[in-house]
Design a protein around this ligand. Sequence first.
Ligand SMILES: C[S@@+](CC[C@H](N)C(=O)[O-])C[C@H]1O[C@@H](n2cnc3c(N)ncnc32)[C@H](O)[C@@H]1O
Length: 384
Amino acid sequence: MIELGIMEGVLDVPQGKFKLQRLPYRHNDQLRAWDAADEYLLQHLFEQDSLKTDRKVLILNDSFGALGCALHKFSPTVISDSWLSQHATKQNLTANNITEHSIELRDSLDWTTQSFNIVLIKVPKTLAYFEQQLIHLQKILTADTVVIAAGMVKAMPASVWKLMERYVGITKPSLAKKKARLIFATVDLSLEQVKSPYPVYYQLENTDYNICNHANVFSRDSLDIGSRFLLQYLPKNIQAKDIVDLGCGNGVVGLMLAQNHDSANLHFVDESYMAVASAKETFQRAFEGRSAEYYVGDGLTKFKAESMDLIVCNPPFHQQNTIGNQIALSMFKQSYRVLKKAGELRVIGNRHLGYHLDLKKEFGQCKEVASNKKFVIWQAIKQN
Ligand SMILES: C[S@@+](CC[C@H](N)C(=O)[O-])C[C@H]1O[C@@H](n2cnc3c(N)ncnc32)[C@H](O)[C@@H]1O
């Protein structure tokens, strides 16, 4: 059951009032589990009376279940790449006494082949992922499918419109309201049906390894500069039986840890389905026959206490469109719990993020391993 905090929010829309909570849960969270674009979209659907109960509704990228909860009477299909979004959606349905089965949750790699009357898209942060979703959509659109994209104006550059025009059809904008906007697209079935270019691959510099990247993966076209720096300072040949690549993305960090630790078990963890699928393919291509563990979930929540020897992490600095260090802090806490005594957490962060202060709070101490103008790599050992 969801733990509703003091800052619990209530989404008040024509479809009803819904108590909504973000995930990961934070006591006194000041951030709402929905945005003005969700409100605008729900208001619009109500005013247009475009939703009759027999309408089939597809929702893409619902942040924490605001759209799914408000539209549950239409038994929508909801597709997302985020485990946290999906989990929040389930919890928010339950908190509002709505059965989980009233919506069909699918992950980003499990597209439906059904067609829909209405497709509602919250524009995601990664445009490549948006493009890939539009490519999938092309296959299931019919001439009278209503397609509406919604987002905050600042998160909808001209490229969003261009992509919609390229894959769906002519677009028309709404007026902006509370800095949110809707884009209506008229389906044009004569547009060229495009084959998805994803996953894409690049060869990891100075190696023969091919890195697999699905559309929503961090730094999918080339090695990120922070990851490159981290790769230079990974622990080598230490006595580690179980090693975690926490927030693994395409798995590049775990891959190099595996190379330096022949007999270790590698554990790849990410909250993005596409990331974990990419890491799995990356690892299996590089080490044919070597097994590893793969988890989609919120960091280390499913891991046993005192079970891992080494955790390496390049933490996220945003969740969807919100910037902040809350996920990193929760990863540090989780790592402390999951590490064996004398186990190590190695973390890279932008210098200005000051992770050492948080690591000291959690581990009692931490040591700088390396730094350059932009990044610092920290080592925190769980004391005996
Ligand atoms: C900065 S990227 C690092 C990716 C990869 N390790 C690298 O260095 O290229 C951070 C990763 O953390 C993942 N992430 C975000 N929140 C998470 C959570 N709560 N649990 C697990 N992974 C999470 C993101 O999906 C993203 O892949």
